[in-house]
Design a binder for this molecule. Structure first.
Ligand code: 8YV
Length: 317
């Protein structure tokens, strides 16, 4: 049997299939990572991991027989693709199946943030309806929406936004004239022009796109939504901008150092926080798991891995 390593749990139905086909090792259950890798590392031929979790080089280097890193997710930013390629290790993802869920999360966060649904819910639960004066919210329909990264997720967000009568603007590494959406060459001009910025870009380049300057350009009536990666935002600058009302609010599904969230955010009522749940539906996680199974099967049958990623290909979500 081929040995594989899981770095996090997978849906039960996928787990069952993995157990039938492979000898499964679970890094996330190991009390002592170093001892675990010393014992099993030599046999591991594939790693199944998440987009956010990836695989640090320090662990990759303890797996001499590794052939495949199967990401159950779309982000490749937590895997050193060059290092993997140099080692002859293939990397694959699960494109397409999580697009709708992540776009749904973006719209959910957008509506929750602008309409201040969290505050309303807290007031009702606390039995304070009629006693506390909740300020009027921001209208959602008809806003100017700025999408950063018009990839699969960006397009799915735009499609939903159209149903809300929003005007859609975007920036991307390439102009997409066929989209019919309004292109801005840079994030700063997008921020100046839009009511809401949604971050839907990949984080492969690593640098923060949302800086103090961008937040200032978004302005006191503007909102930020992030469903991509925490590190695409200068998190400290964002905390300050929310505290000082440089922007009106933010809806965040992702953070720089998950699961750690800057504690200052807990006290702010102009931010909605989610624990990286963009693709976390039973249906989608199952579909992602099935793609992982297909990728593993191809790899160990000597067939081309269907969702292998290429090194240094700029990708948007
Ligand atoms: C998941 C993600 O949270 O696709 C990604 O890159 O970050 C998310 O969909 C993650 O991959 C779950 O394993």
């Amino acid at each position: 049997m081929i040995d594989i390593l899981l770095t996090q749990p997978v849906p039960e139905a996928i787990d069952r299939q993995l157990l039938q086909l492979y000898r499964v090792h679970r890094l996330h259950e190991a009390a002592d990572t170093a001892a675990f890798l010393a014992e099993h590392g030599g046999a591991i031929r594939a790693v199944v991991t998440g987009g956010a979790k990836g695989l640090p080089n320090a662990i990759m280097d303890r797996l001499p027989a590794l052939q495949l890193i199967a990401i159950s997710g779309i982000g490749t930013d937590a895997v050193d693709l060059v290092h993997a390629a140099e080692r002859g290790v293939q990397v694959c993802t699960t494109p397409g199946v999580l697009t709708d869920d992540v776009a749904d999360m973006a719209l959910g966060l957008l509506i929750m943030t602008l309409r201040d649904l969290g505050t309303g819910e807290r007031i009702v639960r606390a039995g304070q309806w009629g006693q506390v004066n909740q300020p009027l919210a921001r209208r959602v329909s008809g806003i100017d929406l700025g999408i950063i990264g018009l990839g699969r997720v960006g397009h799915a967000i735009a499609q939903r936004a159209k149903a809300f009568g929003m005007s859609i603007h975007y920036t991307d590494h390439k102009v997409q004239p066929d989209s019919g959406y309004h292109y801005e060459a840079d994030i700063l001009s997008l921020a100046r022009r839009c009511d809401v910025l949604v971050v839907a870009a990949s984080a492969d380049q690593g640098e923060a796109l949302i800086t103090t300057e961008v937040l200032q350009a978004l302005g006191p009536q503007g909102y930020l939504i992030n469903v991509a990666r925490g590190r695409l935002v200068d998190e400290q600058a964002l905390v300050k901008a929310l505290q000082e009302r440089v922007i009106a609010g933010a809806g965040l599904d992702v953070f720089v150092d998950e699961p750690n969230v800057p504690p200052a955010l807990y006290d702010l009522d102009n931010v909605v926080l989610q624990p990286h749940r963009g693709s976390a539906t039973a249906q989608t996680r199952l579909a992602m798991g099935e793609m992982v199974l297909e990728n593993l099967k191809a790899c160990f049958s000597g067939d081309p891995v269907p969702n292998a990623v290429q090194v240094r290909t700029p990708q948007y979500l």
